[in-house]
Design a protein around this ligand. Sequence first.
Ligand code: CP
Length: 302
Amino acid sequence: MKDLLSINQLSQEDVLSIYQIAKDYKKRYKNGEKKFTDLRGYSVLLPFFENSTRTRTSFELAGKILSADTINISSSQSSVKKGENLYDTIKTLEAMNSDFIVIRHYMSGAPHIVAKEVKSRVINAGDGMNEHPSQALLDGFTILEKKGKVEGLKIAIIGDIMHSRVARSDVKLFKKLGAHITICAPITMIPRHVETLQADYITTDIEDALKDKDVAIFLRIQLERQSKVFFTSLNEYSIKYGLNQKRLDLLKEDAIIMHPGPVNRGIEIQSELVYGDRSLILDQVENGLFIRMAIYKFLLEN
Ligand code: CP
C-alpha cells in the first residue's frame, strides 16, 4: 500500500495495526518522549486547497515529531493563484523529491488522481464530499480508547450527511469494526442512493436516532458546500436537529458525544455541551496527532 486514500483500502487487521502504532506513540509521548526518528530524512509536503486547522496542523506536527522535514503549501499563497493546474502543481512538488504528499482538495477524487501520477506516498486529508480517512481512523481510535471496543456498539451519526466526507469514511470504518450504525438527517440532507453508505438504519427523527445509543457523532453543517437551501434557517435546524440536554438524556447513561470540528456552536450542539462531561471533542483532536503519526509509520512499513 503506497497511499492512504480511502477506508476501503484498509482491512480490519490494518486498522488495528494502525491503532497499535498510535497507542504505542501516545504512551511514549505521554511518558515524556517528545521526539522520534522514524521519519528522519523524509520530506512531507502538505498542499491544502481548502481551509483546515486540525488536520493540517496535526499532520504537520506528527511529521515534525517523527523528525521529517515538513512544508505547508496553502493554495491561496501558491502558484495555483496564478492559474497553475493540479497536475503541474503536484508534478512540481514531486520533482522536489517529496516522500509524502498530504493533500486536501475541494474536488472528490483529487488525491486518487494525484496518487496515480506520483511516486510519493499520498495521504488523503479530505477530498470534497468523498472521504476523510484519517478523521475516521481517529474517531474509531477515540471510541475504542473510551469504550474498550467498537464491535457491537450502537453509533448514531447526525447532521449534514449529504455533504459530509467524515460520515462516508466513518460509516465504512465503524462497519469494518462491527458497530451498528444509525444515520439521521433532514430528508433534504440524506443523499440519493443512501443505501450505498451501508448504514444499518436511516431516520429523519433525531429522538429516534439518539435513543439508547452508545455514541452520538454530530456533523458540521457545511454551509460552504450548500448551493441550495436544505433547511429554512440555521435556527430551525438547531431546534430540530441540535443536541440539547433533553436529547442528551435519550442516549445511554455512559454514552459519549463527538464532533469532527469545527463546531458551529449553538447549531449542531448547544454551546455549554460542546466541552461538557460527555464530550470527547478535544480527545478526538489529541488522538488525531497520534493517529497521523501512525499513518506515516504504517505507510513506511508497507
Ligand atoms: N475535522 C477536520 O477536518 O477539521 P479541519 O477542517 O480543521 O482540518
